[in-house]
Design a protein around this ligand. Structure first.
Ligand SMILES: NC(=O)c1ccc[n+]([C@@H]2O[C@H](COP(=O)([O-])OP(=O)(O)OC[C@H]3O[C@@H](n4cnc5c(N)ncnc54)[C@H](OP(=O)(O)O)[C@@H]3O)[C@@H](O)[C@H]2O)c1
Length: 328
């Protein structure tokens, strides 16, 4: 994969899908195409909602077809446009990430924004269909693989309305985490929070490595922490007992709509157009844990992730050499 030569002016195929329809509230993203994983529930749905109101055309990804089609229909009903489409994929399965990328390619010939939002906690250690620990497979490897597979679509968008934006929904849970290099899949001593914290540190290391490899005039890469939000994430895979989560959510959590404010801002605000390699909390760049800026860890994680996803490490390196590198 290379960033070179992908600059022909495109026509977004999804635009014909919405041609002739009125633009919804806030036309700041009119005609812009946004791919959002986990856009069918929780923070992802509220993010999609905010972007739809600003005029974006949305591709929502999730596993449940019922939930996904209902989410797309609800967004269309709210905006009065045919602007949201659901694409089913289990992102913990690498073959499905490849199939998703092909479906995205069928739906659009450019992507203005990619939001790697889908994520989960797993109460018990589970293996993905590829034999990889689930938290690592879904929370980290899926964003790594999907971002690579759609880089050329992002680069095409940059030719029209530069730069395209890659946003990964990380978490303050990265603080105090470390990557278990000798055992990243936690075969020994698995714990739900250990796995989750490690995956969220990986989100930041990946984001900052991307920002260094990509030309920020063409593609930016940033991460956000949405805050503790009253979604179903903690109870979906028996990670936290229901009564505990309900108590915590009632006293400490914000709404998913509030949690969506940072991803919406980074995806749409002109003020973030030239920002890359940032960790954004409450709509402002803040300093992450120093472990997230560790250059050696970034390089090591990139090599490990490339090996685990079958991405050619030389091709990944070519992203940087083709663009002359970025800043982080
Ligand atoms: N909630 C919080 O307090 C909080 C705090 C910090 C960071 N975050 C981060 O915010 C992101 C969103 O979390 P959330 O709380 O909104 O979660 P959520 O309410 O559980 O929603 C998760 C979304 O991801 C989809 N999803 C889950 N597993 C998937 C898979 N294997 N393949 C494809 N899609 C999948 C779900 O749809 P299906 O079930 O239909 O697949 C749903 O749309 C995550 O990355 C999380 O780590 C959340």
């Amino acid at each position: 994969m290379t960033m070179a030569g992908a600059t022909a002016a495109p026509t977004a195929q999804m635009s014909s899908h919405t041609a002739g329809l009125s633009v919804g509230e806030g036309a700041g993203l009119a005609g812009r195409v946004v791919l959002i994983t986990g856009g069918t529930a929780g923070i992802g749905y509220e993010t999609a909602r905010g972007l739809a109101r600003r005029g974006a055309e949305l591709l929502l990804v999730g596993r449940s077809v019922g939930r996904g089609t209902a989410a797309a229909a609800a967004l269309d009903a709210e905006t009065g446009r045919t602007a949201a489409r659901f694409l089913a994929a289990d992102l913990s399965v690498q073959a499905e990430v490849h199939r998703l990328a092909a479906a995205v390619r069928d739906a659009t010939d450019r992507l203005d924004v990619l939001i790697n939002n889908a994520g989960a906690l797993f109460g018990q250690r589970q293996l993905s269909a590829d034999g990889i620990e689930m938290t690592w497979a879904l929370n980290h490897l899926a964003p790594f693989l999907l971002t690579h597979l759609v880089l050329d679509l992002l680069d095409r968008a940059a030719a029209v309305a530069a730069p395209a934006r890659v946003i990964t929904v990380a978490s303050a849970a990265h603080k105090g985490a470390r990557i278990r290099w000798a055992d990243p899949q936690l075969r020994r001593g698995y714990h739900v929070w250990l796995a989750y914290k490690q995956s969220k540190l990986a989100n930041l290391l990946f984001t900052f490595a991307c920002a260094q490899r990509l030309d920020p005039a063409r593609i930016t890469a940033n991460a956000v922490h949405p805050g503790l939000c009253a979604s179903d994430i903690a109870t979906a895979n028996a990670a936290v007992p229901m009564f505990l989560w309900r108590l915590a959510a009632r006293w400490f959590a914000r709404s998913c709509a509030d949690g969506a404010r940072s991803p919406i801002a980074v995806a749409s605000d002109p003020g973030f157009a030239a920002v890359t390699g940032a960790y954004v909390v409450d709509e402002r760049p803040v300093a992450p844990d120093p472990a997230a800026r560790d250059q050696q860890a970034m390089a090591r994680l990139w090599a490990l992730s490339a090996a685990q996803t079958g991405i050619d490490p030389a091709a990944a390196a070519a992203i940087g050499s083709a663009t002359g590198g970025g800043r982080g």
